[in-house]
Design a protein around this ligand. Structure first.
Ligand SMILES: [Zn+2]
Ligand SMILES: [Zn+2]
Ligand SMILES: [Zn+2]
Ligand SMILES: [Zn+2]
Ligand SMILES: [Zn+2]
Ligand SMILES: [Zn+2]
Ligand SMILES: [Zn+2]
Ligand SMILES: [Zn+2]
Length: 1828
């Protein structure tokens, strides 16, 4: 604003003082005139002059910035209120939160004390605002330091005139914005959306200015609030001044916008005479509603036929009880209201939303704004429904509404004053009404019920969620929920809303053909029931927990029942269910069930007072029961034709997020029904519903008209399992919340070990909230530690990383494992098996049950709540006993479709019955005798157990075996004769219908309007006439007890398995019999029966005493069958595997047949030959493709499978062994200058500035960065076989993860990743011998021989004339090696592409591989030679290939360093690199590679010796440079004396003295400013010991490398040694040292010298080369010792990294990346996937991996906490090195719990990096297409 003319400033100042006067009328006039011209809405909004004027005027002559500062100093806000948008990282603390929506900004969170709290970090999805300081939303203890201080009290009050100008100017500014908005608005159908966007874009500076104002703090917000809410100002300005045509037009536009939205202003409404319906008193309204409600369901087909969706026609409700004014009238009385209106119209522009939210810390504003929001609520939702961008809009709406409705006071206030609840419910109804269809449930034709259509966008896209989430939010406030529960008309409305979901998404079983298209509407349906119905229900239930709220519960229950009644009527349900239909959605039932449960459990209400009559109960049970039967049908594959989605529904229904809102209420409701209805009726209904009635016959053959044979068994199992669940589940029948939580946890842990987070996810939310939102609720963590043991995360070989897991404690397996709970909670069937397997494993391990497969353990149940005692009658009814008897009989006789599971469930039911006795019906009303009464005398199981059934009448087909049987009626000697006449008959169906009739008749006497059962037998009687049946009478003579004993014999496969005295032998300890198999179970039951009834005991003893005839020959006893099944399965698996193998073998010539671990051939061969004497045989190689074995020949070479990869691991080494710390503040930095790679680069560049390039390129090694590392799995193959293998891979589409075109493949044998083949050299056994020939030649002779050999460069024994296949392959692999790395890592010379470069690169490949091997060996050779690293090495073959290639180059003999190494010769004029600057290991490699192959060992040793002399001299020179001048003087003097002594050439003192003297000849060598840190030596005084140590350290790297080279070339074993003796060990190994030990002289280093010419002369020559050069010292002192490579050191707490890096800007693009990543090798921060930093088509992360790691990169993804590895063109997700307190990863930071560094994992990552094994260990690689 400084550029703004000073004239304006003075104008502003002038006006301000005018206005400050008592009589300010002229000032006002002047200002208005000024504003009239400045703020002209006819000018384009983009013209910012107006804005500048406003700023200037507001500041009143001051600078605007200055003004802002002043106003800010009066900020009295006590709330943080920071507003954020999507993706912002915020915190939530459940310990501090009052509202679950509470959130904090990072600053407030970090400045508050939340130690030990249950908090997490989260990424905001819809945006939010900081609640710090708001005690309505969070506890004050959690406020941050700043907002705890209540700054408001200490702030001085605002001076009167400071904001005077603002008060005058801002109203005009705001109306101006409004006018722009009015003017710019056009209805979406007439304009494109972009028009609206354009208007907004132009207004951006203005709205931003408003936002800026809000940030000036409380004082300014107060002014804004006054303006925004003042009705007079709005009235004055809104319509515009009289004469302003433009303003008038705008106003018209505004009115028409209102109208087009279907809204009318209230006045208009009054004019048209539409009287606003007034809501009468509560009772009055209710009375009206009761009448109206049925009408609501009276449907009218939609007139507009075109609107139909698919085939289903939308329907409209003809009449509603809603207040129409809620939906369609609006009136604006202040700026705020109209601003909000336009905000909605423009679909919530982000800037506007932020402005409106930024104002919230002002309390007056907050209240008015909330009211305004509520006033517009219906309009908002209407707009949302129409929006094309409903997702974005939803987020913005919730962004606002959460801030308003999370505050209980405010929510209550608007509920009371603005009918918030009415509005919400009305709008919900309105929304859902837009997508109603006619229900097809039950009666397709005549149904009057309507349901939502789940395929409509509203449901599919979850568009309703903002509304539902608001509703749930306000219901969480006790005071609001109370209002809701007290308002009967609201409850009625709500119930009708819920009924829209009742029966939605109906499934009809496909009987003939598979569905053409699998509808996915079920997602929408389940989501809708959970969010729109269940969540509000749970919200309401939390307020019905005490006696005082009994009335609420009663009311809800009443309306539930009423609505259910209406529903039954509407769908036309009488008593029979339409066949083959199921809906999983019964929210009305579930509301009813859950309120009942609460009433009994918490409010002490009497269950019977809340239950309807029997008839209604019978109806209520039908649909939930149908779901249970359908579940079983679905699992029995009866619904396969409906596709996979039906399985999805069955699984969702029981899944942890849904189970307590769906299956649990259903089961509970069925339990309630069972406890009140006649048990015989209930049991027979169950079997009928499960369609297994036909199976329940004693006859061996039966007809089942409804089920296929293979479905009978699973359906019977389903029915029995359901009965067991029903009679044993106690979730709502008396278990305490703690017990429920414990049971849930145990069942999940028994299925599988679980991570903390998955367990948290699997435990249902209700009734136990999982974390401490409710203080005092039982704690998840405490319970977890009580039932489970923690298994810390471990790293598994093969690369998979285990997370921390919880596993059940032993005593849990022993005492608490509950198979029934497991069955109830399993989504995947295999989980039941898994639990059983784990259970048996436990029993075996603990020795509790060791033989065979144990059965699910029986578990005693907690006692029933007295209200539900009736449930036990299920177990004591004749019908069930008949079923049990029949099944026991059938199992004993091996009838078809029986199973172990059936027996198990039958026994379970018997045992449950024995454990849950009921008092016999005392009021034994005389009932008409029924057919089945003759079966058993009473209903008590205990007495029925020993009751003997003699004859049974069955109806069987004529073909049944029973018919053929000769059956003479037994001589009627006793009373049995008469019994025979009426042998037992039984029909479940008939029984159920009779019962039903009975109940109906009974109730019909009560109610005059009895519903007559429909005579619609065609409906449920299965079609098809059964074949001819004949009645037969079976002779049985068994009781349940006798059948049990017979089954015992059958199971144990022993006659008389139970002796007569068996019962006495049973010990009293019942626990002994808890775990075991079927035999144990039967024994346990018999014991229980005997101890509880004398008669039973006698009966058992009697039966056991009898000698039975041989047991009916059992075809397959269940146990045997099971083992057989298992064997069979195994056999089948074996066959399958063999078939696969055969296929594979025929395709690839059976390379899988070869042994799995093949020794690396070369080392083995070398060692063999070294040990044994002359062996003429050639080395043989096995080809892993063709399986043949043979030598590698010129014609048909064999090769090693190798992986070539570029590596910069060596280059990242540093001198210090300590890893660099990852910077986490702006003050910390990483400097790359001290890495090995950088130091070498500098050295080479320095040399190149002084000396001839070709000479420089032979004096160093490269490959520290981007060198090529060669590794092998050790397997060999024919190279031609490999080629055909590659060809087959190319055609194989299945191969993934690697690119065949790049030569990549996996080893056919071991599947290790590879990309080249390294040819093996042929033959060579005779040569090996000659190599090892002992040599007694004098050194001088050898030196000469070496010189001669070097003259023969290029003369090779192997074919030099013709190109053989072998040499071709060798050249190919050289090409591969070159292609492995980037050009820049090969071209170090001044002339790119010159042979010198190539030469350097080639010998450096050897160097790289040697150095890396050293690193892998731990940096030294102390561990000896038998290490695994050598075994799998291919260095020998690699050297051979390199040597073959190097023959292409010749070194000019004139430049041959050998001469200068061994002879005293005049130095040349050429600027060659002095010997003292040359790198000895490099020279050694050059010599070895360029001499004729194979090189004899004596010559190799000679090379090593001569170079050692140089290395030693270099060490002396370097050492002398470290001396202080005084020390130099002293050592020089003392050494001179020894020069003439014996053996002076091996005296370090003499030599040192000589070097000092020589180098001192010219001042430049030592006279350098010595400020560098390495000059401060670690030795204070140089002692002989420290000098020797220093010299050894200097020579060690050279010795190590030489020794390693010798090991690979000649197969010499490396002998291990202690670290302090490494020097002598290596020197001995290389033959530098006399073999005789020299214990007296520890000064080895000098005694290793071996001079062929005068040492002093040679040294003088070397020294003279360096004198007179600049920078001598830098080059003289080489860095030779490098520590092991390390990744960056990471902080312990992940938050440290996250907080710094997630909002850090990239140094390249200066923006905060969306996906920031961090290189863990060097610390570089990059934009993952960002287009911002893409260069040459490569994204930054990939780019960096190429430059930092030569195509290997390790990146930490900041926002995900995981690490990705980039390797060339591929990448993989490695996992995380940060784990939470439970040892789990938190990928993408979804849970947001604190994460800590897992040191072990990080070490593994580093180790994989250093050993180059990423490719082998991680399996899930994918191409990254340069897009990371
Ligand atoms: Zn904050
Ligand atoms: Zn704060
Ligand atoms: Zn806290
Ligand atoms: Zn082969
Ligand atoms: Zn292999
Ligand atoms: Zn890096
Ligand atoms: Zn970047
Ligand atoms: Zn970028």
């Amino acid at each position: 604003e400084d550029n703004f003319p000073t004239l304006s400033k003075s104008t502003a100042a002038h006006l301000k003082s005018d206005l400050n006067r008592t009589d300010n009328s002229s000032g006002v006039r002047q200002l208005q005139e000024l504003l009239d011209s400045v703020l002209n809405p006819e000018k384009p909004a983009a013209d910012t002059e107006a804005l500048d004027w406003c700023k200037c005027l507001i500041a009143g002559g001051e600078g605007f910035e200055e003004f802002c500062k002043t106003v800010r100093s009066y900020d009295n806000a006590t709330l943080c209120g920071l507003v954020w948008t999507a993706n912002f990282v915020a915190y939530r603390c459940r310990t501090c939160g009052i509202s679950p929506c509470m959130s904090l900004c990072a600053e407030c969170f970090n400045n508050g004390d939340h130690t030990g709290h249950d908090f997490n970090m989260f990424r905001s999805q819809a945006g939010g605002a900081c609640d710090c300081g708001d005690s309505n939303v969070m506890r004050e203890t959690g406020f941050c330091r700043r907002h705890r201080l209540r700054t408001g009290e200490n702030v001085p009050s605002v001076p009167r005139d400071l904001l005077l100008m603002s008060e005058m100017v801002l109203p005009r500014f705001i109306i101006c914005i409004i006018q722009y908005l009015r003017d710019g608005y056009t209805e979406p159908d007439t304009s494109t959306e972009r028009d609206l966007q354009k208007v907004l874009q132009q207004l951006e500076p203005q709205i931003s200015f408003l936002e800026e104002l809000t940030k000036m703090g409380g004082a300014m917000r107060t002014v804004l609030t006054k303006i925004l809410t003042n009705q007079q100002t709005f009235k004055d300005l809104s319509m515009g001044q009289e004469e302003n045509v433009f303003a008038k037009k705008n106003y018209e536009n505004y009115l028409s916008a209102l109208k087009n939205s279907g809204l009318v202003s209230v006045e208009e409404k009054a004019q048209t005479g539409a009287a606003e319906p007034t809501r009468g008193s509560e009772t009055g309204a209710l009375g009206l509603l009761v009448i109206i409600l049925p009408i609501m369901f009276f449907l009218k087909e939609d007139q507009d036929g075109g609107q139909s969706i698919g085939q289903r026609k939308r329907v409209k409700l003809s009449g509603t009880t809603k207040d129409p004014s809620i939906m369609d009238s609006l009136k604006h009385k202040c700026f705020l209201e109209e601003l909000l209106f336009w905000t909605i119209k423009y679909e919530f522009p982000q800037k506007m939303v932020t402005f409106l939210l930024n104002m919230l810390p002002d309390q007056d504003y907050k209240i008015t704004f909330t009211k305004t929001f509520v006033q517009h609520y219906a309009f908002i939702m209407k707009t949302l429904m129409k929006s094309h961008e409903s997702d974005t809009m939803s987020n913005r709406i919730v962004h606002i509404s959460v801030q308003l409705f999370s505050n209980e006071d405010l929510a209550r206030h608007v509920t009371e004053e603005c009918q918030l609840l009415d509005i919400m419910v009305t709008v919900l109804l309105y929304m859902m009404e837009s997508c109603l269809i006619k229900s097809e449930l039950q009666d397709e034709e005549n149904s009057r019920h309507v349901v939502v259509n789940c395929s409509e966008a509203l449901l599919k896209n979850n568009t309703y969620w903002p509304l539902v989430s608001d509703f749930i939010n306000i219901l969480s406030h006790q005071s609001v929920a109370k209002k809701f529960l007290e308002d009967h008309s609201l409850l009625m409305l709500w119930m009708s809303f819920v009924s829209f979901f009742q029966g939605m998404n109906l499934n009809k079983r496909e009987l003939s053909e598979h569905v053409e298209f699998e509808s996915q509407t079920y997602y929408a349906a389940f989501a809708a029931e959970l969010e729109a119905c269940a969540q509000p229900m749970w919200g309401l239930l939390t307020h019905c927990k005490v006696k005082e709220t009994q009335e609420y519960t009663k009311t809800v229950v009443r309306y539930c029942l009423e609505t259910l009644q209406i529903w039954f009527d509407a769908i036309g349900f009488v008593d029979e269910l339409a066949p083959n239909q199921v809906t999983f959605h019964l929210p009305l039932h579930r509301y009813y069930a859950m309120f009942l449960s609460k009433a009994v459990k918490c409010q002490g209400l009497d269950l019977d007072s809340l239950l309807p009559d029997q008839e209604m109960l019978m109806r209520i049970m039908v649909h939930p029961l149908q779901i249970q039967a359908s579940l079983s049908e679905i699992h029995s594959n009866m619904w396969v034709r409906n596709g996979l989605q039906i399985k999805g529904q069955a699984m969702t229904y029981v899944q942890s997020h849904f189970c307590n809102s769906m299956i649990d209420p259903d089961i509970f409701l069925l339990q309630v029904c069972a406890s009140r209805l006649d048990p015989d009726y209930f049991i027979s209904s169950v079997f009928e519903r499960f369609k297994v009635v036909d199976l329940l016959t004693m006859a061996s053959v039966h007809q089942n008209t409804v089920l296929d044979g293979e479905q009978e068994r699973p359906m019977l199992e389903g029915a029995l399992t359901f009965l067991v669940i029903l009679s044993s589940l106690r979730i709502h029948l008396g278990m305490a919340d703690d017990e429920i939580l414990r049971a849930e946890m145990v069942s999940q842990l028994c299925m599988n070990d679980r991570t903390h987070s998955s367990l948290l996810d699997l435990i249902p939310e209700n009734p136990n909230p999982k974390s401490g939102i409710v203080p005092g609720s039982c704690s998840f963590e405490e319970m977890l530690s009580a039932v489970a043991d923690f298994k810390a995360p471990v790293f598994e070989l093969g690369g998979s990383m285990q997370q921390g897991m919880y596993t059940p404690k032993a005593e849990v397996w022993e005492k608490e494992f509950d198979p029934i709970m497991v069955i109830l909670r399993t989504v995947y069937r295999r989980d039941v098996q898994s639990a059983m397997d784990r259970y048996s494993a436990f029993l075996k391990q603990s020795g509790m049950h060791t033989t065979g497969n144990p059965w699910p353990p029986y578990k005693e149940r907690t006692p029933l709540h007295p209200c539900y005692k009736g449930l036990d009658r299920l177990l004591h009814c004749k019908t069930l006993h008949i079923v049990i008897f029949t099944l026991l009989y059938k199992i004993w006789l091996d009838h078809s479709n029986m199973s172990e599971h059936v027996l198990c469930m039958v026994l379970y039911l018997i045992e449950l019955g024995l454990d849950n006795q009921v008092e016999e019906d005392k009021g034994d009303e005389v009932r008409p005798s029924h057919c089945h009464d003759s079966w058993f005398p009473g209903t008590n199981l205990l007495s029925n157990l020993h009751h003997v059934i003699n004859y049974v009448r069955v109806r069987v087909p004529e073909t049944a075996p029973e018919v053929k049987r000769e059956r003479e009626p037994p001589a009627s000697t006793s009373a049995e004769a008469s019994n025979f006449g009426q042998a037992q008959v039984f029909s479940l169906v008939a029984e159920r219908r009779r019962k039903f009739q009975e109940i109906i008749n009974r109730s019909s006497t009560e109610a005059s309007q009895a519903v007559r059962p429909k005579s619609s037998s065609t409906r449920w009687v299965p079609p098809g006439t059964p074949p001819q049946l004949v009645t037969e009478i079976l002779e049985i003579h068994e009781s349940m007890l006798s059948l049990l004993i017979k089954l015992h014999q059958k199971l144990s496969a022993k006659q008389n398995s139970l002796s007569a005295t068996w019962l006495e032998d049973m010990d009293a300890n019942p626990n002994r019999h808890v775990h075991g198999d079927g035999i144990t179970a039967i024994e346990r039951i018999l014991t229980k029966a005997a101890t509880r009834s004398h008669q039973s005991k006698r009966s058992i003893q009697e039966i056991c005493g009898k000698v039975f005839p041989p047991v009916a020959p059992k075809k397959n006893s269940p146990t045997a069958k099971k083992t057989m099944d298992k064997e069979e399965r195994r056999q089948r698996a074996r066959e399958r595997q063999q078939k696969l193998l055969a296929e594979f073998a025929s395709r690839q010539k059976s390379f899988m047949e070869t042994a799995m671990d093949v020794e690396s051939p070369d080392t083995e061969a070398a060692m063999d030959l070294g040990a044994s004497e002359v062996k003429e045989s050639e080395v043989l190689y096995d080809c892993v493709i063709c399986g043949q074995s043979g030598p590698s020949t010129e014609d048909r070479p064999t090769g090693l499978v190798v992986l070539l990869q570029a590596s910069s691991v060596l280059g990242h080494r540093r001198k210090s062994d300590e890893a660099k710390k990852l910077p986490t503040t702006d003050e910390e930095h990483i400097y790359p200058a001290d890495t090995c790679g950088a130091v070498h680069d500098v050295r080479l560049a320095l040399m190149q500035s002084f000396f001839k390039d070709s000479s420089c390129l032979q004096s160093v090694s490269i490959g520290w960065d981007g060198g090529v590392y060669v590794q092998t799995c050790g397997h060999t193959l024919h190279i031609d076989c490999h080629k055909s293998y590659m060809e087959s891979l190319r055609n194989d589409q299945v191969m993934q993860g690697f690119s065949v075109d790049k030569g990549e493949f996996t080893c056919p044998l071991c599947r290790q990743f590879a990309n080249s083949v390294l040819p093996c050299r042929p033959g060579r056994s005779t040569e090996v011998v000659s190599w090892h020939m002992p040599s007694n030649k004098k050194t001088s002779v050898l030196v000469k021989e070496v010189e001669d050999l070097q003259e023969q460069l290029g003369l090779f024994p192997v074919s030099t004339t013709t190109e053989s296949n072998l040499s071709k392959e060798m050249e190919l692999v050289i090409k591969d090696i070159k292609n492995t790395t980037q050009r820049k890592y090969m071209d170090y010379g001044k002339n790119p592409g010159s042979p010198d470069n190539d030469f350097l690169f080639m010998y450096s490949v050897a160097r790289t591989n040697l150095e890396l091997e050293l690193v892998h060996r731990g940096g030294n050779l102390c561990s000896g030679g038998a290490s695994g690293a050598a075994k799998r090495s291919c260095l020998n073959q690699l050297f051979h290939v390199l040597a073959m290639h190097m023959r292409l180059y010749s070194i000019d003999s004139a430049y041959n360093p050998w001469t200068r190494l061994t002879q005293v010769a005049p130095s040349r004029d050429e600027p060659e690199v002095p010997m003292l600057f040359r790198d000895c290991p490099s020279l050694l490699i050059i010599f070895v590679l360029t001499m004729p192959q194979p090189l004899r060992k004596e010559h190799f040793i000679c090379l090593v010796r001569m170079l050692y002399n140089l290395q030693y001299t270099q060490a002396l020179a370097a050492l002398s440079a470290k001396f202080s001048p005084e020390e130099r003087q002293a050592w020089s003097t003392s050494g001179t004396l020894k020069k003439n002594a014996f053996n002076a050439e091996k005296s370090y003192e003499a030599l040192l003295s000589h070097v000092i003297t020589e180098l001192s000849k010219v001042k430049t060598v030592y006279d350098v400013n010595t400020e560098e840190p390495f000059m401060v030596s670690r030795f204070n005084v140089w002692s002989p010991q420290s000098i020797e140590y220093s010299l050894q350290q200097c020579c060690l790297p050279y010795l190590r490398l030489s020794c390693l080279l010798q090991h690979h070339l000649y197969g010499d074993n490396l002998s291990g040694c202690p670290e302090e003796e490494e020097f002598s060990g290596l020197a001995g190994c290389l033959g530098l040292l006399d073999p005789a030990p020299q214990p007296s002289n520890p000064m080895y280093s000098a005694s290793c010298l071996d001079w062929t010419v005068s040492a002093f002369d040679l040294m003088s020559q070397w020294c003279s080369e360096v004198t007179g050069l600049a920078d001598t010292q830098t080059l003289l002192v080489q860095d030779l010792q490098w520590a092991s490579p390390h990744l960056l050191q990471l902080p312990d707490n992940y938050n440290t990294i996250f907080q710094y890096y997630h909002k850090k800007a990239c140094t390249a693009c200066k923006k905060v990346p969306k996906d920031p990543a961090l290189c863990l090798i060097c610390g570089t921060f990059v934009c993952l996937k960002g287009l911002c930093c893409k260069q040459q088509g490569i994204c930054e992360c990939v780019w960096h991996s190429q430059h930092c790691g030569a195509a290997t990169g390790i990146f930490l993804l900041i926002n995900a906490s995981v690490i990705i590895i980039i390797r060339g063109h591929r990448f993989c997700l490695w996992g995380s090195v940060y784990l939470d307190a439970h040892g789990e990863e938190d990928r993408d930071l979804r849970r947001g719990k604190p994460l800590f560094l897992c040191v072990e994992r990080y070490r593994v990552l580093e180790q994989q990096w250093v050993s180059h094994t990423f490719d082998h260990i991680n399996k899930r690689w994918g191409p990254h297409y340069n897009g990371l």
